[in-house]
Design a protein around this ligand. Structure first.
Ligand SMILES: CC(C)(COP(=O)(O)OP(=O)(O)OC[C@H]1O[C@@H](n2cnc3c(N)ncnc32)[C@H](O)[C@@H]1OP(=O)(O)O)[C@@H](O)C(=O)NCCC(=O)NCCS
Length: 182
């Protein structure tokens, strides 16, 4: 039986110097199956995408990135190769040309645990994923209210473009960000 009647618990906080979190980014093939499961679980926790086919889309990504403190996973991000149907929908909603030749990749699946937010980890988490595109064009979508993420996208040389459109997954609107080929 839990909790036990009449038993009180004391929580002690130990203050130790924690090493700074580390980012590990590579092709999905470089990670263990269980690490891919963790990635998928974090993406689903973000509530921005549907779970159907997600694991196989993650395995086909150009690069995925993990933010870890010791062995504890704090965040994820990925460089996807979006399918033509999704690309066409984003282009239509944003009223912007998104030709595959110009923008072969999408930066997405960005999620940081709530308790790890506000520490400026989103830039180091996304930066190696963007670098993995080797200068090819990348697009990203973001809710219009995510001012912090927009700041990180701007630091990564994305420019907000086109019209906003209502999100299917959440309340509010989405906006398109483009990082043209360099
Ligand atoms: C989106 C998300 C990854 C951002 O991470 P975060 O930890 O909240 O943000 P960071 O601490 O990395 O801050 C990013 C930048 O925004 C700035 N910032 C934070 N809050 C801000 C605000 N309200 N207005 C303007 N700038 C802000 C920070 O100073 C930082 O900029 P700097 O590095 O140039 O100083 C995180 O909030 C998250 O996981 N949200 C849920 C999932 C989600 O919405 N994903 C979709 C992303 S497109």
């Amino acid at each position: 039986m839990f909790p036990l009647k009449g038993v009180s618990f004391v929580v002690t906080t130990l203050t130790v110097d924690k090493p700074a979190p580390k980012v590990c980014a590579a092709s999905p093939k470089a990670f263990r199956s269980i690490e891919i499961d963790d990635f998928v679980a974090f993406v689903l926790a973000g509530g921005e995408v549907t779970g159907q086919g997600l694991r196989s889309r993650v395995l086909q990504a150009a690069c995925i990135s993990y933010l870890k403190s010791d062995d504890c996973l704090l965040g994820v991000a990925g460089l996807k190769s979006p399918d033509s149907g999704y690309r066409a929908r984003v282009a239509k909603h944003s009223k912007t040309k998104l030709i595959e030749k110009d923008f072969p990749y999408e930066l997405g699946w960005i999620f940081i645990l709530p308790s790890a937010r506000g520490h400026k980890f989103s830039y180091p988490l996304c930066q190696p994923v963007v670098a993995a595109a080797n200068g090819a064009g990348i697009f990203a979508t973001s809710r219009t209210t995510l001012a912090g993420m927009h700041r990180t996208l701007e630091r990564l040389q994305f420019v907000r473009t086109g019209s906003e459109w209502p999100s299917k997954q959440n309340d509010g609107k989405l906006a398109l960000f483009l990082r043209p080929a360099s």
